[in-house]
Design a binder for this molecule. Structure first.
Ligand code: NAG
Ligand code: NAG
Ligand code: NAG
Ligand code: NAG
Ligand code: NAG
Ligand code: NAG
Ligand code: NAG
Ligand code: NAG
Length: 778
């Protein structure tokens, strides 16, 4: 109740105040505050020195709502206004203030304060308070008026988005704007059909950039940030950026053949997840790739394990990102790189030039090239000849480390295996060797023409081996014969005419490269081809005739028999008869295995020839002959025994004639007498049994030789029965090899002649006496 007096005073004061006129009564400031917040109204109540504050009053629209009486230090507030203690004065600081909290729309008004001083005039200060009511959160309606929340779509790139953003309420009316990111895209808001609703309808062609974050913002004060709502727009997009990177297995983007590498493809900005496909030179690599997708960043990654081959050098590797939700023409994007695949060189040797690549003719040039494929390029070439590295100098010149090898005039020494090696930073490879053959014309080799048995061989060196041989053969005393063979052999059978002397053979070969420069020539003596002298012969008397019988010798085609008669006048042997035993070995043969057996050497074929009659001191000869002439004859002299056997005893006639029984008695007497005489005779010749044919064996084996040595007294008229030993022996008509020799050698008295020469026998030869002891009945 005590407060009644000041209150009445105050009311009286207030009542006296006239309405505040902005500008005229005092300055006015504008103040904005948001509904529900608080607003602080300021009033300067400072005094000059010596002056004093008396009274401070706040008015809302000229109605007092608060006062402070400094004289009695009493504050008052209008209870109709200051509900629930909304007013909070602050009077101790300058400027003084009152703070109104829990602002409502109704608090919007023109406020002013009036300050009364003791001395100074009254001061009025105006504050125009605006209370702002925030609008509702923006929301979205699509073309059809359906509410859209959080997400809309899907759309394709370039589609036009039609979308309304609506806001309810707000004072002052809010501005509604569309933003893409921080960019204002549409500010054309307006009043909606619905009361107190504002809207902004957006027409936006969608792009990758503007669809990413689309926001609708509503704002009616700068005191608060705009109220905004955003919407996720699902927009199908192709990748905008596809990139290939090497991850592993490369050195600065350079691959190595055969070495696995890992390559990565990244596709950015595609939605939904794209398919990443790898292509190597238009070949789809379906395997080994590995794709992952990050929804947040719209990044797709594919890893590919690639083992490049040499052929992949220069190939293009493409990574194609295709958006399965879009047409392929719009939804694809690719990155392409070119592979740089390094590898150890691939090398091959080849000959440059015409004709067969591996053959050339002597004195041609040899030009080899090392064909190489390499990445990086070859740094060094090395050549090999027969696996030995070719060094500069000598026949190879100085250019031995270049890609080409050049020999100006190749000789056969240059034939062989050639290879080259090429090296780069990756490695060195050696080519497979090629064989170079150097052909050259035939030339005589190894004594040229040689005689082997009955074949002449032409020895020539040449490459290739000759295919034709031209022969010019001339037997002594005949015309030259021209022959051609396909092999280096010419058999003597191909030569016509006799070949008893020498043979001049010339051969020339041809191998298709060039003809032989110098023919090969040689003169042969064909004497060596004559058969050997018969060694095993004997004389026999059979069928009233002397026969000579010999063991056949090799290679004899016929035998020549001769009978030599001792001339009574000048004690020399003179040819009595001569003749062939047959032509062809077969015809000269007779089977020796006769029933009598005991032929030396067993049942073999014997050469047998009739001689007719022989006298003491005659000699019979047998020579083996063939195309190349005859051997030296073997001469045999019949033994006394044989001669005796050849002349039958006188009574033989009687026996043979079978004279008759009438002479029986006489005969008996005679027989008795004769037998007596025979006994005496047989006593001297104990081994004589029959007048049957006697064989004189002249086979000289060790037994006989030993025997001969022991019976020196029997070598009475010993002669060399093996006539070959007495080289000087001549019958004056035997063919001599040397036609140029002067006169025939003189006939030689065999009885005085040295019987043997050293190279023939080391003991005296056997004679008739020998044969006596070896004779045997046939
Ligand atoms: C106070 O502010 C309102 C708008 O906020 C305005 O319309 C009014 O004229 C102002 N009054 C004065 C006196 O300035
Ligand atoms: C692709 O995108 C990446 C990341 O966005 C970027 O670093 C690169 O430069 C882009 N490449 C191209 C060719 O645009
Ligand atoms: C492919 O992905 C699987 C699992 O994501 C991983 O184990 C494998 O190593 C990947 N392959 C390649 C070649 O990266
Ligand atoms: C990818 O992200 C979008 C939003 O960014 C989401 O709607 C969708 O479900 C996600 N998909 C997957 C597979 O995570
Ligand atoms: C490939 O790489 C090699 C080695 O680095 C280089 O010498 C060569 O020039 C490259 N080739 C190409 C076509 O880039
Ligand atoms: C080269 O010659 C050698 C023997 O000299 C032979 O073994 C090899 O097979 C030949 N190679 C060719 C390709 O002719
Ligand atoms: C003689 O003939 C034999 C075999 O019949 C043979 O081996 C030999 O070489 C020939 N001799 C001659 C000089 O022809
Ligand atoms: C030896 O006598 C024969 C005739 O009996 C005769 O032909 C020959 O010429 C004579 N020889 C010599 C050397 O007188």
């Amino acid at each position: 109740m005590r407060a009644t007096a000041p209150l009445c005073l105050l009311l009286s004061v207030i009542a006296r105040v006239h309405a505040f006129v902005p500008g005229a009564d005092g300055p006015v400031s504008n103040l904005e505050a948001i509904e529900g917040d608080s607003a602080t109204l300021l009033c300067d109540a400072s005094t000059d020195a010596g002056d004093e504050l008396m009274l401070l009053v706040w008015y809302k629209n000229n109605a007092p709502i608060f006062s402070y009486d400094a004289r009695i230090e009493t504050a008052w507030s209008n209870p109709s206004y200051d509900t629930s203690a909304r007013l909070k004065p602050e009077l101790l600081q300058q400027p003084t203030s009152i703070t109104i909290s829990d602002l409502t729309e109704r608090d919007q008004a023109l406020y002013h304060c009036r300050v009364d001083f003791l001395v100074a005039p009254t001061r009025n200060i105006g504050v125009n308070l605006t209370v702002i009511v925030l609008p509702s959160e923006p929301f979205f309606l699509d073309e059809l008026g359906n509410k859209v929340k959080d997400k809309i779509g899907p759309y394709h790139d370039g589609d036009t988005l039609v979308l309304s953003c609506l806001v309810i309420g707000g004072r002052p009316p809010p501005r509604i704007s569309w933003y893409s990111g921080h960019t204002l895209v549409d500010a054309s808001d307006g009043v909606s059909d619905i009361p107190s609703v504002r809207e902004n309808e957006l027409y936006l062609p969608l792009t990758r950039d503007n669809a990413e974050s689309l926001t609708c913002k509503a704002s009616n004060t700068h005191l608060r940030p705009p109220i905004e709502s955003s919407l996720h727009i699902e927009l199908y997009l192709p990748a905008y950026n596809v990139s290939i990177y090497w991850v592993e297995g490369t050195v600065g983007d350079v691959l190595q053949a055969g070495k696995p590498a890992l390559v990565k493809c990244t596709a950015n900005g595609a939605y939904p997840q794209p398919d990443l496909a790898w292509w190597l030179d238009h070949r789809h690599l379906t395997q080994q790739s590995n794709q992952s997708w990050s929804n947040a960043t719209h990044t797709s990654v594919s890893l590919l394990q690639l083992t490049p081959a040499v052929s992949d050098n220069g190939a293009t590797l493409a990574c194609v990102a295709t958006n399965p939700a879009m047409a392929p023409s719009r939804g694809s994007k690719a990155d392409v790189i070119t592979l740089n695949v390094t590898y150890s060189p691939i090398v091959e040797v080849s000959r440059v030039g015409d004709g067969n690549p591996n053959e050339l003719v002597e004195l041609d040039s040899l030009h080899l090239e090392c064909e190489v494929k390499a990445n990086p390029p070859v740094e060094k070439f090395t050549w090999y000849f027969n696996d030995n590295q070719i060094t500069s100098g000598s026949i190879w010149g100085d250019e031995v480390h270049s890609q080409k090898l050049f020999v100006e005039e190749a000789t056969r020494r240059n034939a062989g295996r050639y290879s080259c090696a090429a090296g780069n930073t990756v490695g060195e490879t050696r080519a497979e060797a090629i064989n170079i053959t150097v052909h050259y014309p035939p030339e005589c080799a190894e004594r040229g023409v040689v005689l082997i048995r009955e074949t002449i061989k032409c020895n020539v060196r040449s490459l290739p081996t000759p295919d034709t041989y031209f022969w010019h053969v001339q037997p002594s005393g005949s015309e030259v014969q021209h022959l051609t063979t396909g092999s280096p052999l010419l058999t003597l059978a191909q030569i016509t005419g006799p070949l008893t002397g020498t043979l001049k053979a010339t051969c020339e070969a041809s191998n298709g490269v060039a003809s032989q420069d110098q023919p090969c020539v040689r003169i042969f003596s064909l004497e060596q081809l004559r058969p050997p002298q018969p060694r095993q012969c004997d004389l026999a008397f059979e069928h009233d005739e002397f026969h000579i019988r010999c063991m056949p010798v090799d290679n004899a085609t016929y035998y020549e028999l001769s009978v030599w008669r001792m001339s009574p006048s000048n004690s020399s042997l003179v040819l009595e008869r001569r003749g062939s035993m047959g032509f062809g070995a077969r015809r000269a043969l007779a089977q020796g295995g006769s029933p009598e057996g005991a032929v030396p050497g067993g049942g073999v074929w014997l050469v047998r020839g009739a001689l007719g009659t022989l006298r003491p001191a005659d000699e019979a000869g047998a020579a083996a002959c063939n195309r190349y002439g005859c051997s030296e004859p073997l001469l045999l002299r019949p033994t006394e025994n044989l001669l005796l056997a050849a002349s039958p005893p006188w009574w033989h006639f009687v026996m043979d004639k079978d004279v008759g029984i009438s002479l029986g008695a006489v005969v008996l007497v005679c027989v008795f007498l004769i037998s007596t005489a025979l006994v005496v005779r047989l006593a001297r010749r104990p081994r004589h049994k029959q007048p049957a044919p006697v064989i004189q064996v002249l086979q000289l084996d060790d037994v006989t030789r030993g025997y001969i040595d022991n019976i020196t007294e029997n070598k009475v008229r010993a002669s060399c029965s093996l006539r070959s030993c007495s080289s000087g022996y001549s019958d004056g008509s035997a063919p001599t090899l040397d036609d140029a020799a002067p006169a025939p050698a003189p006939l030689i008295d065999r009885r005085r002649k040295p019987l043997l020469t050293d190279h023939c026998w080391d003991a005296p030869p056997p004679d008739v006496t020998l044969t006596l002891h070896r004779e045997s009945a046939v």
